[in-house]
Design a protein around this ligand. Structure first.
Ligand SMILES: *[C@@H]1O[C@H](CO)[C@@H](O)[C@H](O)[C@H]1NC(C)=O
Ligand SMILES: *[C@@H]1O[C@H](CO)[C@@H](O)[C@H](O)[C@H]1NC(C)=O
Ligand SMILES: *[C@@H]1O[C@H](CO)[C@@H](O)[C@H](O)[C@H]1NC(C)=O
Length: 471
């Protein structure tokens, strides 16, 4: 350990490490007002029809959406959204056991889109979405655990230095696909599977250290559904105040989601929404457990006025409980399927402006505060990426391939590989710069010295999509 002590005397500040506010998820959700989901895009999966080895990024558009842009997120931010869920499917983009190595090209693209969202000054939720390896059957559990750990360790390392604006959601709607219990709230086998996977997800992220030790995490109930079975059998981890329950509710079903017999286009009955909200309140909110409704919307049935009223009703109820909601926009407006489109991602025209009106009316006084955003795309391009580097190279030690932390000092986290100390990628040391901007709710710049902006408080820089105070 002698050389490690002498290394820490150098006291270098690690590029890319950002101060993270230590607030509970209960406090964090107060800042997330209304959210938008990039549906059917990074989560699109075309392993049957596309050759992923040839082009890892083609899946983004294979369900018919356009390539995602920074401008889309700026537009959404202008409309009032401050929370951006980025559903992402990793199946097809990672290699074989035991490493399950995620393609660098895919990781880079996901990273870019996360940055687009964070560049607005808002929050991003990154998840694992339409996977095929985590169907909630006992016979899948052992292999699913291995893949879950391998995939999340890589994602956690990639974003280890990001602050509390980036939230990880462990799974999407884990359920017994193809089973009679798939959508009925589950059974003992399904609940056990989901509880074990959720606990392992939290443990895995925490163990990667750095800002991930304090990252806000979302975990779903069985199928992320709100019903007695899935909720009463859900296990919320004890002793970790940075875990949020992730729920989906397309309610009332016949108005919002049903595309078959019984479907209705008028919204006249709030009973089902009331039941959902009361259930969430009695099971979670009233016990101090924070919740995000990560998916909800009502499909287009040429009924925009009804949808506007529905939207306002739904959001008003959720807002009264302090639950942020993330609307699901899959970019589809017409046809026989799920017509959940809201904004045309190519022209950036809002196709159903009344829906947005309904949302904002439902929020009442809880409208998002104006967020400070990065103003030029130049800063986006010069944003430092440290994905393939680590702090230790400048100290004469190579970067670890793995993420097992043996030791942490002021320089970062250290592992041992092939008998030598190596630096863990994207890790942060114990030293975090502190300065004047923290009392204003902004971190201290960890490495930037160029001011993008100066005001009476001081000189402001930008790191990882957030304003920071220059020391
Ligand atoms: C974060 O805050 C909690 C509760 O106030 C405290 O128990 C915990 O030690 C803090 N963690 C860090 C890393 O400061
Ligand atoms: C997929 O693409 C890779 C790389 O271009 C190529 O080597 C492989 O033969 C292709 N596979 C099929 C089934 O076409
Ligand atoms: C939530 O539940 C608590 C405890 O039962 C109750 O006091 C409160 O009024 C409920 N909130 C809403 C908005 O219904």
């Amino acid at each position: 350990m002698k050389f490690l002590n002498s290394l820490s005397l150098l006291g270098l500040v690690i590029a890319g490490c950002e101060a993270m506010r230590n607030i509970s998820s209960k406090e964090l959700v107060k800042e997330l007002t209304i959210g938008w989901s990039l549906g059917n895009t990074l989560d699109a999966s075309c392993v049957e029809t596309l050759n992923y080895s040839k082009d890892q990024t083609a899946s983004e558009t294979c369900w018919g959406n356009v390539k995602t842009t920074q401008e889309l997120y700026y537009k959404l931010s202008d409309l009032g959204f401050n929370t951006f869920r980025i559903p992402t499917t990793w199946s097809g983009h990672f290699g074989d056991a035991p490493d399950y190595k995620i393609s660098d090209v895919w990781m880079k693209r996901v990273h870019e889109v996360v940055d687009y969202a964070l560049n607005t000054g808002g929050y991003a939720i990154l998840n694992i979405h339409h996977e095929t390896w985590n169907y909630a059957f006992q016979k899948n559990l052992e292999s699913a655990k291995k893949i879950l750990v391998a995939i999340w360790k890589q994602i956690a390392a990639e974003f280890g230095d990001y602050d509390e604006h980036l939230i990880f959601e462990g799974m999407n709607e884990p359920r017994k696909v193809g089973d009679p219990a798939e959508w009925t709230g589950g059974d003992q086998e399904g609940w056990n599977f989901v509880n074990e996977m959720n606990a392992l997800f939290v443990k895995t992220i925490r163990a990667t250290g750095g800002n991930n030790a304090n990252r806000h995490l979302m975990i779903p109930t069985y199928a992320a559904s709100v019903n007695d079975g899935s909720i009463n059998n859900f296990k919320y981890p004890n002793g970790d105040d940075k875990v949020i329950v992730s729920l989906h509710s397309y309610s009332p079903y016949n108005f919002a989601l049903n595309n078959g017999p019984g479907a209705i286009s008028n919204f006249y009955d709030g009973n089902e929404i009331d039941w959902v909200m009361n259930t969430i309140n009695s099971s979670f909110i009233s016990k101090g457990i924070p919740v995000i409704i990560g998916e909800f919307v009502a499909m287009n049935r040429d009924n925009e006025d009804d949808r506007e009223r529905w939207q306002e009703y739904y959001i008003k109820k959720a807002t009264a409980l302090g639950i942020p909601c993330v609307i699901w926009d899959n970019g589809y407006f017409e046809g026989e399927g799920e017509r959940f489109g809201i904004i045309d991602r190519k022209s950036l025209n809002v196709i159903f402006p009344k829906l947005i009106n309904g949302l904002m009316k439902g929020l009442g006084d809880e409208k998002p505060k104006t967020t400070i955003r990065r103003t030029t795309t130049t800063t986006v391009q010069v944003q430092p990426t440290i994905n393939n580097e680590c702090f230790s190279t400048r100290l004469g030690y190579s970067c670890c391939n793995g993420f097992d932390v043996l030791y942490t000092d002021n320089d970062g986290q250290w592992g041992v590989e092939n008998g030598n100390w190596c630096g863990i990628k994207s890790s942060c040391g114990n030293n975090q710069r502190q300065c004047w901007s923290e009392r204003l709710g902004y971190p201290c710049c960890q490495y930037t010295t160029n001011a993008e902006y100066t005001d009476n408080d001081g000189r402001w820089g930008v790191e990882n999509g957030n304003w920071c105070g220059i020391y």
